[in-house]
Design a protein around this ligand. Sequence first.
Ligand code: SAH
Length: 247
Amino acid sequence: MENTQSSPLLPEMNPVWQQTLGWQPTKEQNDLFERLYEGILSGNRQLNLTRISVLEEFWEKHLWDSLRGVAPLLTSMSSSPRVIDIGTGAGFPGLPVAIAIPQSHLTLLDSTRKKINFLQTLIRELGINNAEAIVGRAEAIGQQPQHRYTYDIALVRAVASASVCAEYALPLLKTGGLAVVYRGYWSEEEKDALTGVVEQLGGVIESIEKFTTPLSNSIRHCLYLRLISPTPAKFPRPVGVPAKQPL
Ligand code: SAH
């Protein structure tokens, strides 16, 4: 209750959205963001999903950061991308993307059943009809025909090292599809190692963007990996192998 009517924070952030991403949420989208925040808070009390408990912090780390990674899509209305969020946890970055880009279709994947149960309830309660939450391991669904080579975009935030994220994400993309790997710190040395890994998977590093977050000025990076030819059948390797023996 405490945040439903009384908090003016989210609408007040619209100029910041506009300045930083050239986009701003409608009133309906801000209402959904607020209900998402409340849903996460109440889920947290039971499940300890994420440490975030202040609305400002939620806005920056969960809403703004999630959408910064897909900024170009926010303003291009033409396509209806199929998007998978690998290791979505409490629904990030996937749920803000589903709310902000209504023409997209989101598959939220996590290996933890209790997180997916929570998300299925939350999606239903919020009436988000362009997202579904499924339990599974990225290595397993990457070998299933209903998922392999079928997505336009794969999002991965805070799941594993960049090369492990690449092995999870690229097999799920169609040729021409894009993986967005969200990172905090990033260095040139890491880029050299990742270049060879992405090549083995049929992709290229298209760009690496460095930016600072608008409230706390924290450094972030997004790695954009483009699939240019189908990933060889041997990838992803069996469950657990990518993390134990990174490429
Ligand atoms: N992306 C979210 C959550 C990060 S925590 C965020 O940024 O807030 C990492 C999540 O990835 C956990 O929920 C964990 O269950 C999931 N995960 C880790 N390895 C995975 C795998 N191989 N396949 C699917 N989910 C995985």
